[in-house]
Design a protein around this ligand. Structure first.
Ligand code: IFM
Length: 437
């Protein structure tokens, strides 16, 4: 790597991230079905109809995975708790096996010297709640608050940090407007409701955890840099609209008590009744903000109804996801979040990394380059005054990349999905050397 640990402040945290459904093996330990199981079982939604039933079997192999993290010199582990594992019906009676699992998991993290950075929800909604409308139902805030209380009563005493919902944009827009993720809807009204309810659920979870006396609570948001496809004012407006509903809607709700006008242009008629009254709840005080960043997009206007734009291909080198590599975007968003929304709060990069068609025996130099370029962007942002306290790599392990199945490999550690054997990649070894210094 081009950096070493000693280039960063002493308390700077290097972490790696995963999420429950993507690695645990959902069939184990009495979890209830999720909307990802039913989405994947519907032909055409997921490559080869793959699901998270076995995934990396982290459920049984977590001590081995944590030993690899400890050996690499990581300080923290960003993981998520599965709602359907804790509450198989989404509400009501908890699954004792599920709670025991997270108890053991957290103890093992601590035994391996890893600070637990939890996310409560990383997309696996219990089907019983999906049947009731899922994120479209305003009651989801209350259900999510109940889940938060149950899981955090059990493990909250040992958390380093907690965020309620991973990447609200994916829960709202990607899943209800673009239909790429469960529940696979393409409906503007469903989108408006889901985007707003993600925020009321976020606020309710923060309240629940404050009620339990917990601190170091934050939010984790994803960002994509929007380049106008050309120099016309129409392309500038198209890119600004993309930036508004992708990068500014959730931060606006939480930190400014308002949604961007460019989003209201399209979503306002569809927002739930009384949405303007929810900003006190949505704006519950946070202790930090997490940024997930991977890529940029080129946005061109078109004649469709709002948001009246489309993505066009860009010229930069691309990852296995076909995502352009644009490290400058990470610096841009660190500064934007700090200056426009979260002045005074510590920031964390909570996800950054790339998919590569890795095979054992071939060094993943592309990933080493990607990480070097993004860590350079992070260093520059810090030099410019951004109070960044940690950097997290997505992902520790190759895992279930949602609608793209197991083909896209994001891990620092290769997983053979037949034998489940773990093999650290060249990027893992490079990081280990950098973190040891
Ligand atoms: O795998 C996902 C993760 O679940 C959320 N953030 C982006 C990653 C890569 O697509």
């Amino acid at each position: 790597m081009d950096f070493k640990r000693s280039d960063f402040p002493q308390d700077f945290i290097f972490a790696a991230a995963t999420s429950s459904y993507q690695i645990e093996g959902h069939q184990f330990g009495g979890a209830g079905p999720t909307h990802w199981d039913t989405f994947a079982a519907t032909p055409g939604n997921v490559v080869r109809a793959e699901n998270g039933a076995r995934a990396c079997d982290h459920y049984h192999r977590f001590p081995e995975d944590f030993a690899l993290m400890r050996d690499a010199g990581f300080d923290a582990y960003r993981f998520s708790t599965s709602w359907a594992r804790v509450l198989p019906e989404g509400r009501g009676a908890p699954n004792a096996e599920g709670l025991d699992f997270y108890d053991r998991l957290v103890d093992s993290m601590l035994d391996h010297g890893l600070k637990p950075m939890a996310t409560l929800y990383h997309w696996e909604l219990p089907v019983a709640l999906a049947d009731l409308g899922g994120w479209r139902n305003p009651d989801i805030a209350k259900w999510f608050g109940e889940f938060t209380e149950i899981i955090m009563r059990r493990i909250g005493d040992r958390m380093f940090s907690v965020a309620p919902i991973n990447e609200p944009w994916c829960v709202g827009w990607l899943s209800h407007f673009l239909g790429h993720h469960a529940p696979g809807l393409r409906d503007i009204r469903a989108t408006a409701h889901a985007m707003h309810h993600v925020l009321t659920a976020h606020g309710t979870a923060i309240q629940a955890m404050r009620g339990l006396g917990m601190g170091n609570l934050g939010g984790v948001f994803n960002f994509e840099y929007a380049h106008p496809a050309d120099d016309t004012p129409e392309a500038a407006k198209a890119a600004a609209t993309y930036d508004a509903y992708y990068n500014r809607f959730f931060l606006g709700g939480i930190f400014k008590g308002a949604y961007p006008d460019l989003v209201l242009d399209g979503l306002e008629p569809h927002l739930p009744k009384g949405w303007q009254d929810d900003f006190e709840l949505i704006g519950e005080k946070l202790d930090w903000v997490g940024l997930n960043y991977y890529t940029c997009k080129r946005i061109a206007p078109n004649g469709d109804p709002w948001p009246s734009h489309e993505e066009v291909p860009g010229p930069l080198p691309k990852t296995q996801m076909e995502w352009e590599i644009y490290p400058e975007g990470l610096r841009h968003f660190l500064k934007m979040v700090h200056e426009d929304y979260a002045k005074g709060l510590p920031l964390y990069v909570t996800e950054n990394g790339m998919a590569n068609p890795d095979v054992i025996g071939v060094p993943d130099e592309a990933r080493v380059d990607y990480l070097n370029q993004h860590i350079a962007a992070v260093t520059q942002a810090m030099a410019e005054g951004v109070p960044l306290k940690g950097y997290t790599i997505w992902s520790l392990l190759d895992n279930y990349e949602w609608a793209l199945g197991y083909e896209k490999r994001f891990g620092l550690i290769h997983v053979d999905f037949d034998t489940l054997e773990r093999t650290p990649k060249a990027s893992y070894h490079a990081l280990k050397a950098a973190l040891a210094t």
